[in-house]
Design a protein. Sequence first.
Length: 317
Amino acid sequence: MPPWDAGGRPEDLVGHRVADRYDVVAPLGAGGMGMVFRAHQVGMDRDVALKVLAGRLTDRPDAVARFSREAKAVSRLRHPNTVRLYDFGTTVSGMPFMAMELVDGEPLRGLMTREGALPIDQALTLIDQVCASLEEAHAAGIIHRDIKPENIMLDRLTGDLTARVLDFGLARLATGDDRITQTGEVLGTPVYLAPEQARGGPTDARTDIYQLGVLLYHLLAGGPPFTAASAMALLMAHMHAPPPPLGDRRPDAPEGVQVLVARMLAKAPTERPASVTEVRLAIAAARAAEALPAKAPPAAAAETAPLASSSAHPTDA
C-alpha cells in the first residue's frame, strides 16, 4: 500500500500504510477520542485494531496527552481479560496511533441488545471476568473510569464468551500526574457514571466498582438503574436518587447478589466494596449459596500467538 500522506485526514487512512508497517484495511468505529481501523501489521503478518487520534483533536495538547496516557496505561497490562496493546507511537505528521489486539467477537452491548436481561450465572461470570482484568489494572495504579458495554468485548476464540476490557482512554494513573484532567471536568458515560464523577470530584478504584455495579444491574434487570431524558438529569440521579432495588426488577436474583449490587451502587465510595477482589469474593459466595457453577478463569494466550479475524469491534474509540 502507498504510505500515508502526512497532510491527509484520519478518515482517509483506508488503503494506506501507516508508520511504515500498518496497512489500513477498513474502518471499525469512531468515538470521542479517535477512530479505529482494521489493519495488517506487515512485519508480524497479523491483523490489528489500529486506533488513531481524531484529526480535530491532534492540535489539542490535552487530547494528545490523554491519548498517550491511555497507551502508557494499557502497555503495562497483560491479563487475559484485557485487550492487549502491541505498539504505539506517532507518525511523521504527528498523528498518535496505537496498535491493539483484534478480538474475534463483539462488544457486550450487542449481546445485551439481543438478549435483554441475561441469565444470572452468565451475568456473574462476565462481571467476574471484568473484575479480574481490573484487579491487575488497579494493582498497577490504573483506574479505568469508563466501564460500559461498549468497552467490553466478548471474545469467541475459546468457544465460550469471554469478557475482554478495552479503552482506557479515561484511565488515570493513580500514582502519576492527574493535572491533565481539569478540576471539575466530568469525564465518562452518563448512564454508568459514578456520583463522584458526576460532581467532577476525585476518583479511585471504587469509581470502577460503582460503574461495575451499574453494569451488573443492567445485565440482570435488562436496563440500567437510572434513565432520564437528559444527561444532566442522569448525573443528578447518580448523585442523589436511590437506585430501585434489583429484586423489584429481577425477583429471582439471589439475595447475595442483590446485597452486592446495592453495596456497589452506594453513593459514598466508603460504603462500596473496597476492591474488585472483594467483589469477586462476594460473587463466589453468592454462587456457593445458590449452588451456581463456578467458572474457571481463561487461560492466558501466548504473547506471540497469531490473532483470529474479528467480525466486530467497539465503535467507541
